[in-house]
Design a protein around this ligand. Structure first.
Ligand code: CDP
Length: 210
């Protein structure tokens, strides 16, 4: 059984949904690194301070139920707004932010039995992961999923706006200088456009057991 699984890919490809299910089936810990970038962005927005100051002594914790805590306060839902999504992609450009979060993420993975999702897990954070997945889908499908997800969470959502924001964030994430969104050479490419959640989960479980 593969002990460390890295899942990367663009916004809305289904990384967190399938990673959570795979973690539950294998008895692994799920680590959502995007939530950590989102927490940094939320702290910047809340404090009005620059990312350089905010990152110094930031306290971010993820629990077993994938709840997110910033300075001891639960912010699981607060980090899902479009404003924080944009902010996360903005702070993710800074080397000092990436360095700090990468250290935290590596520390979280030392004991193994983890599935970690993000943009640079297979390429930078855990280059020795036992299994690397690069999960994609067309931008139309990813925008549709994010639209449904935001609606379900009670946020106002506009499909065209979401599609525009996802396209912009993908471009920003793929073109940044430090640790851009990229498929690792040894990652398995999974296009989830016409697959159900269960089909993607089954494929990852099959690869994890191989
Ligand atoms: O859930 P969604 O795919 O929309 O995004 P996320 O995984 O929560 O990540 C939010 C933002 O954090 C991304 O757009 C990236 O800019 C950044 N991020 C990153 O740079 N590296 C990671 N390992 C994870 C996220």
């Amino acid at each position: 059984m593969k002990k460390i699984i890295a899942v990367d890919g663009p916004a809305g490809a289904g990384k967190s949904t399938v990673s959570k299910i795979v973690a539950a089936r294998l008895g692994y810990t799920y680590i959502d690194t995007g939530a950590m970038y989102r927490a940094v962005a939320l702290k910047v927005l809340q404090s009005g301070k620059p990312a350089e100051d905010v990152i110094q002594d930031i306290d971010i914790k993820l629990d077993e139920a994938a709840q997110v805590f910033l300075e001891g306060v639960e912010v699981t839902k607060d980090i899902r707004t479009p404003e924080v999504s944009r902010g996360a992609s903005d702070v993710a450009k800074f080397g000092f932010v990436r360095q700090k979060l990468t250290e935290l993420q590596r520390a979280m993975a030392t004991q193994g039995k983890v599935i970690m999702d993000g943009r640079d897990i297979g390429t930078q954070v855990l280059p020795n992961a036992d299994l690397k997945i690069f999960l994609t889908a067309t931008v139309e499908e990813r925008a549709r999923r994010r639209f449904v997800e935001l609606k379900e969470k009670g946020f106002a959502a506009n499909f065209d706006q979401i599609k525009k924001e996802i396209t912009l964030r993908d471009k920003q994430d793929s073109e940044r200088e430090i640790a851009p969104l990229a498929q690792a050479q040894d990652a398995v490419l999974l296009d989830s456009t016409s697959l159900t959640i269960e089909q993607v989960v089954a494929e990852i479980l099959r690869l994890a057991q191989g």
